[in-house]
Ligand binder design. Structure first.
Ligand code: FE2
Length: 352
C-alpha cells in the first residue's frame, strides 16, 4: 500500500477582506519587526502596500512577473536583504501569483542555507530551517500557496526546490484579491489547478488523501469554468489541487510543459494548456472537458510554436522533460523510459 503521508501548511484562514487580518496574524504568531514583503509587480503604484502592516523595519520588493523566477533572481534578493537588514529577517511575506509565492519560499530557504539557489533545485536538498513565511495568493490555480515546491529556472534546468521546508507556515486566502485578475490569466492559471488534479488522479502515486482533494478540485474547476461559481470556489479549488500533488505528483503535461517554458519563456499555466491540448493519448476524457472549458471561455491557444524549431532547441526541451523523473514515473510507471523515449517526446513537442 502507498503510505498515506500528508503534509499541509499548519495555519490557513479564508474569507473576503482577510488581507486586513495580516497585522493580527503577525501579533498572534509573535513575529518580530523585520518584515520582508514580496509583492507582485502587477500591483506597482497601486497603493496596495498601504493596507499592509508597517513596523518601521520592513523591506518591500515588487517582483517583476513577466518572466518566471530565476535562481539568479533569488540570489540577488538574498544578498540585497542581507545588506539592507541589520539583523536576521523575522518573516517573509509573499503576496501575488505563483511566481511570487515561489520567490518568497525560495528566499526564506536561501536566507538560512548557504550557497546558491540552483544548489537546491531537486528533491529534499534543504538542510536548515527556513525563515518563517506567510503566503497571500492574489491569483488562483498554481497551488503554490500550499505546495512543497518553489519552482525556479536555473542556468541548467527549470526545477523546483522540492522540500517540506518550502511550505508556508501561514496562508491568508482572501478571494477579494482575485477581482483584478485579467481573463486569460484567470483561465490559464485555473487550468494549472485542473491539470494538477487530473495528473494526480491518473497517476500511480495516488492515495486516498490526494484522490479526495483532486476529485473535489476537478468538480470545482468544472463549476467555475463551465458553470457559474466564482472566485471563492476557484481559490479553494487551487488549494485542493495543490494538496492533491503534495503527496502525489504531476504527470506528462507538467514534464513537457517545463520544456515549453524553458525554450519559449511562456508562463507555466499557458504552457500547460498548450501541452494538455495534445495529450488525448494520456488523459482522453479530461482533455475533452478541457476543450469545452477553453471554448466556453473563448481562449485561443497559440499554435505552431515549434514549427521552425532548431534541432538544438528541440533537444534542450527533451533534456528538460527527461529530468522530470518523478512526474514521469507517476504517470507512466517505473519503466517510463521504455515508452517515453526521446523520439516520442519530440513527436509530442512538434505537434505544439
Ligand atoms: Fe502546475
Amino acid at each position: 500500500m502507498i503510505p498515506q503521508k500528508t503534509f499541509v501548511s499548519p495555519k490557513i484562514i479564508f474569507g473576503r477582506g482577510y488581507l486586513k487580518k495580516l497585522a493580527t496574524v503577525l501579533l498572534e504568531e509573535k513575529i518580530g519587526n523585520n518584515i520582508v514583503y514580496f509583492i507582485d509587480g502587477f500591483f506597482t503604484n497601486s497603493g496596495f502596500e498601504k493596507v499592509l502592516t508597517f513596523t518601521g523595519n520592513e523591506l518591500f520588493f515588487y517582483v517583476d512577473t513577466k518572466e518566471e523566477p530565476k535562481t539568479e533572481d533569488i540570489d540577488k534578493f538574498v544578498s540585497n536583504i542581507k545588506e539592507s537588514m541589520t539583523s536576521q529577517s523575522d518573516v517573509i511575506i509573499g503576496i501575488g501569483g505563483g511566481s511570487v509565492m515561489d520567490v518568497a519560499k525560495a528566499v526564506s530557504i536561501l536566507l538560512t542555507n548557504a550557497g546558491l539557489a540552483e544548489d537546491y533545485q531537486g528533491w529534499d536538498l534543504v538542510k536548515n530551517d527556513p525563515i518563517y513565511k506567510i503566503g497571500i495568493p492574489t491569483l488562483s490555480g498554481t497551488g503554490a500557496e500550499v505546495s512543497r515546491t518553489a519552482v525556479l529556472t536555473g542556468p541548467k534546468k527549470k526545477q523546483g526546490i522540492n522540500s517540506l521546508k518550502s511550505m508556508f507556515d501561514y496562508i491568508i486566502l482572501d478571494p477579494e484579491l482575485l477581482q483584478t485578475v485579467p481573463k486569460e490569466q484567470r483561465f490559464y492559471t485555473g487550468m494549472d489547478c485542473y491539470i494538477h488534479s487530473v495528473e494526480a488522479i491518473n497517476g500511480n502515486f495516488i492515495n486516498n488523501f490526494s484522490h479526495a482533494y483532486a476529485d473535489k478540485a476537478l468538480q470545482l474547476c468544472e463549476e467555475v469554468f463551465l458553470g457559474n461559481k466564482g472566485d471563492d470556489d476557484l481559490m479553494i479549488a487551487s488549494m485542493f489541487g495543490g494538496y492533491s500533488i503534495v503527496y502525489s505528483e504531476v504527470g506528462v503535461c507538467h514534464a513537457l510543459s517545463y520544456g515549453i517554458s524553458l525554450a519559449y519563456g511562456i508562463h507555466h499555466g499557458e504552457a500547460n494548456c498548450i501541452v494538455f491540448d495534445q495529450l488525448d493519448e494520456y488523459y482522453p476524457q479530461h482533455v475533452q472537458l478541457f476543450r469545452k472549458m477553453l471554448n466556453k471561455y473563448g481562449i485561443q491557444l497559440r499554435k505552431g510554436l515549434t514549427k521552425n524549431i532548431t534541432p538544438k532547441l528541440l533537444d534542450k526541451m527533451v533534456d528538460a522533460t527527461l529530468l522530470m523523473e518523478k512526474p514521469l514515473s507517476n504517470a507512466l510507471g517505473a519503466n517510463w523510459q521504455d515508452v517515453f523515449t526521446r523520439k516520442k517526446i519530440k513527436e509530442l513537442f512538434l505537434k505544439m
